[in-house]
Design a binder for this molecule. Sequence first.
Ligand SMILES: [Zn+2]
Length: 400
Amino acid sequence: MAFLKFSAIIIAFSVLFPKNFSLSDAKRVHNSITTIDTHCDTPMKFVNNGFDISVSHEAPESRVDIPRMEEGGLDAIFFAIFTSQKPRNTETYKETYDLANQMIDSTIVSLEHNKSTTGLATSVKDLQKLEAENKRAIFLGMENGFPIAKDINRVKEFYDKGVRYLTLCHSSNNDICDSSTDPKGAEHHGVSKFGKEVIKEMNKLGMIIDVSHISDTAFYDVMKYSKAPVVASHSSVRSVCDHPRNMSDDMIKLLAKNDGVIQICILGDYIKSPDTTSVHYTKMQELKKKYNNWQYKNDDERKQAWAEWDAINKNYPQVLPTIADAVDHIDYVVKLVGIDHVGIGSDFDGGGGLADCTNVADFPKITLELLRRGYSEDDIAKIWGGNFLRVFKAVEKLKA
Ligand SMILES: [Zn+2]
């Protein structure tokens, strides 16, 4: 009886006064697990300004490079071959296809120059090999199926170049499916006929389907058509922050049933609803309108828009949410569907970043918050890559 009383006191004490974890505890955890960030937009920097990934940079201008991956104990990251959606015509199809290839080629050249520290990974095995050699693994994902145009053969073409996931669309509708944020609304009412073919081809090749950015109806279509589990490479929770880019409870439940995973996107507006009265918000809305919901006429216009984007962020800094706000999304998913269906996709170099997590070197701070909230090291290993790798392996297995 006395013993029972004593244990009750210990439990009550540990709830009231959680163990005082420090950043060095979080770093130790990172060194003992595999950590993956499933989405960043760094390849754009290779094309725009000949970015050198081997040296450390400063956020917010740059949030990902090899020295900071090492510092943050980040083993792997997905580089998105991102192309923004433009009106669809022969000219833009060609332009976008060329740009995607340019991004892939320049990423590969950059990795060749950094062979001693980093390597391109195209499978779970590649990652394990690189990790054993204490090297960083860079995976390629493609954000927006626009470069596929209407040519099904291009899915394999990009797969053969190393691309391992495809985010079916971006902020506007494309030939594959509808977007969650196209101001014109639905075009295909979900996934198009061509999109269905793309999904089939991806399952066949062992390419991961990424449902981030796609409309709710398109998501439900993917759930019907895909034979493999899927990922949301960078999406957050709509019940915590009401944004069409985020996933509803029903979608998350269905994703979990499919054995997939939602990788929480740490982009401010998807973590916490923005202050719509701020100058930053007003200026960004004006910019979005000016550039037709980011549908650029050409590359010069895209570069101009990004320069103006940077200027707004510099002159009218946004009050960003914090790691604690982001971990609220993780908590929510865990309560809704369990620990096996959640991870992290930063969207760094593409808008992602929190007040206290500005670049990949800051990732142990997220782990520290998880430790403080009572997550075990096994839970944290699942969140930082275990769950995503389970999906990746299932996709690879279906191919085999
Ligand atoms: Zn995105």
